[in-house]
Unconditional design. Structure first.
Length: 428
């Protein structure tokens, strides 16, 4: 059961922290991307907001936190508060603390500080500071490290790095651990930060690389995205770019018995998870026929559920037409003529393509849609592409839908496909 959700995501005037904040943005298809040379979803977390939620952290550690640490700790605190769990009273002392990380941009500053330090001129105090900074921030397991210490858990604590599917994989791991009786409670966090400088330089490099790339491009290789300085428009006929973002999403998952004993509110259930890969030798390619996604979804459904029970899919489209192509083809294979009635939306353009948080964010959004009985529109989709086999709910208004089952999908470059089946609290 999912009993809590917390966020540290880009917002309008302040970051998105709660389920109500998230719903306010997503249900109106509002984009929180800002333009500064390129479009980017920036959290802009005020120091006061961090200190209010996490007072009295030892300075020897906290002054060396990266943005990934800060975002991950804030979303963790928000999710536990939403679930009615008191971290300081030990409610997470036996919990699994699972993190998903895709990028390393937040770690680069700490890495370079240690690499470039001069042992001859560095004072003993400075050396100790560098050591603490390095130990906290030089690996992709950085956020799980500080979350585990903050919660003082004695339970499993580890990180999965699988690009944009990272937190989705950890949601699947949490479900299996709870089902197997290994833990009763798990917190799953997806968090990433993308360097604006890297994005801007990539844009410059793309322009010079385009001619060479065109000369070597073969079937199965994606087109180079032309620019980051246009708005991303998933499922729109004008879609031609991806905008990145940053932030963190944390979910609290519990066994039904544990949630019932606490009297916890349940948003819904994580019923199954499956992951496949296209099997291509090209590490940058995705097969546009959609058959690998079909396989992941069928593996997720097993023989227990039918695709006809699923009237909504939360898509992973980030504005890349390759993603739209294999999603559309997969839906056609799965639903046949009934695909035209399927609602499939993406809210990536609300906050930017934020990497590892995408999986947990998809779960949170989909469960909120189930609870409200409304499907959020696809942000920035105003003119649906001609090749869609599904209804992307264009515009800025929700669509009423009473549903008990849904799928949420995420992908990693290289053909990885992840599918999670969700249900309402009472779905069988």
């Amino acid at each position: 059961m999912v009993t809590g959700m917390g966020f540290c995501l880009p917002g309008d005037d302040e970051p998105v922290f709660t389920a109500d904040d998230l719903w306010d943005v997503a249900s109106h298809g509002r984009s929180c991307l800002r333009h500064d040379g390129v479009y980017y979803g920036s959290v802009d977390l005020p120091a006061a907001a961090f200190n209010e939620r996490l007072p009295d952290l030892p300075g020897v550690f906290s002054r060396h936190y990266t943005d990934a640490h800060r975002f991950g700790l804030v979303s963790l605190v928000e999710a536990c508060a939403d679930a009615g769990l008191d971290i300081r009273s030990g409610d997470l002392s036996h919990a699994a603390v699972l993190a998903g990380r895709g990028g390393i941009d937040a770690n680069i500053g700490s890495y370079l500080a240690v690499l470039e330090a001069d042992a001859e001129t560095t004072t003993p105090l400075q050396a100790m500071d560098l050591f603490v900074r390095a130990q906290q921030a030089l690996t992709p397991s950085d956020v799980a490290l500080v979350q585990g210490a903050f919660t003082r858990t004695t339970g499993p604590c580890f990180t999965v790095s699988c690009g944009c599917a990272s937190s989705a994989v950890q949601v699947g791991n949490a479900r299996r651990m709870i089902a197997d009786g290994e833990v009763d409670l798990a917190v799953v966090t997806g968090v990433d930060v993308f360097s604006m400088g890297v994005i801007q330089n990539v844009q410059r490099l793309l322009h010079s690389a385009q001619r060479t790339y065109d000369s070597i491009r073969v079937a199965g290789m994606p087109e180079l995205l032309p620019s980051f300085n246009r708005l991303m428009r998933p499922y729109d006929r004008r879609a031609n770019c991806v905008n990145h973002g940053e932030g963190s999403v944390t979910l609290v998952l519990e066994s039904r018995a544990h949630a019932h004993r606490r009297g916890a509110h349940a948003y819904g259930q994580v019923l199954a998870h499956a992951m496949t890969r296209d099997g291509l030798s090209n590490p940058l390619a995705s097969d546009q026929n959609g058959l690998s996604l079909v396989a992941a979804i069928r593996c997720c459904l097993t023989d227990r559920w039918e695709i006809g029970q699923v009237p909504y899919i939360h898509g992973g489209s980030d504005g890349d037409v390759v993603v739209t192509a294999f999603e559309s083809n997969a839906v056609g294979h799965l639903y046949g003529a009934a695909s035209a009635d399927l609602l499939m939306t993406s809210q990536e353009a609300c906050f930017g393509h934020n990497g590892a948080p995408s999986g947990a964010l998809g779960v949170a959004l989909t469960l909120l849609m189930m609870e409200h009985g409304e499907v959020c529109p696809t942000a920035n989709c105003e003119q649906p592409a001609d090749n869609l086999t599904f209804d992307p709910v264009p515009g800025f208004r929700t669509r009423a839908l009473d549903f008990d089952y849904a799928l949420t999908c995420n992908y990693q470059i290289g053909g990885v496909k992840s599918a999670i089946l969700l249900g309402t609290p009472d779905a069988a």
